[in-house]
Design a protein around this ligand. Structure first.
Ligand SMILES: [Zn+2]
Ligand SMILES: [Zn+2]
Ligand SMILES: [Zn+2]
Length: 233
């Protein structure tokens, strides 16, 4: 009798397996549209492989009603919303087992001596409170870190701006130095020309001083040989 029932249920299972394999040939994943050879393969894919599959956050009932892409769940766990939901969950769990639940303890489980039940509840409550405090500290830490990150972002922006303005200042300075260098070169050339003109003027003055002004035609010529040389060479 029982063997018959078993065999009939086996054949039912066999039948539905056949049905699944025949009628659902090449099932596709509704999240990533990949095709599979069998429902089994699809199930394995959905369980372990699909990186498009979305799931409701496990803390949906505690304020984190988000559809999370499974491959990105670790990023989701870091979000402020999810951490707030963790806090809500812990507070909720802790309020279920408050410190002064000695009377309720005895109604919970008759097999276990009420003394043990109470102390285990106490220890759970204490652990939850500790966890709660730890989470408070951690969430403080997270917000401090977030503030630090924002501050560092601002500072790095400021430094970047400073670097940019210093770079353009430097380029301007370089340009003006180059301009001053060409200006100096020009001045140097002008100086040389002036020096030459002064020298030639001085020579003319010297020559003029050798002329007498008293009406007598008296010429004093210096450096005759070199001047003659200049003319005749
Ligand atoms: Zn079907
Ligand atoms: Zn998929
Ligand atoms: Zn969440």
């Amino acid at each position: 009798m029982s063997t018959k029932a078993e065999s009939s249920s086996t054949s039912m299972a066999q039948h539905s397996r056949d049905h699944l394999q025949k009628s659902h040939l090449n099932p596709s994943c509704e999240f990533c549209n990949n095709l599979f050879n069998s429902v089994n393969e699809l199930n394995v894919h959905k369980l372990y492989e699909c990186d498009k599959i979305t799931e409701w956050c496990a803390l949906k009932d505690f304020g984190c009603s988000t559809l999370v892409i499974r491959a990105q769940k670790w990023e989701h766990y870091k979000t402020e919303q999810h951490q707030a939901a963790i806090m809500t969950f812990i507070r909720h769990a802790a309020s279920k087992y408050p410190n002064n639940s000695y009377n309720r303890g005895s109604t919970m489980d008759v097999d276990i001596p009420s003394h043990t039940t109470m102390s285990s509840f106490d220890s759970i409550t204490m652990q939850l409170q500790e966890a709660c405090q730890t989470l408070d500290i951690l969430s403080d830490g997270v917000s401090t870190l977030n503030e630090d990150r924002e501050r560092l972002n601002r500072e790095s922006n400021f430094i970047n701006n400073r670097i940019e303005s210093l770079t353009s200042d430097f380029a301007r300075l370089k340009l003006s130095i180059e301009e001053k260098m060409t200006c100096l070169d020009e001045l140097k050339r002008n100086q040389e020309i002036l020096d030459q003109e002064i020298a030639s003027s001085k020579q003319k003055m010297d020559d003029m001083q050798n002329v007498s002004y008293d009406g007598t035609l008296f010429w004093k010529i210096t450096n005759v040989s070199s001047k003659m040389g200049e003319i005749f060479i």
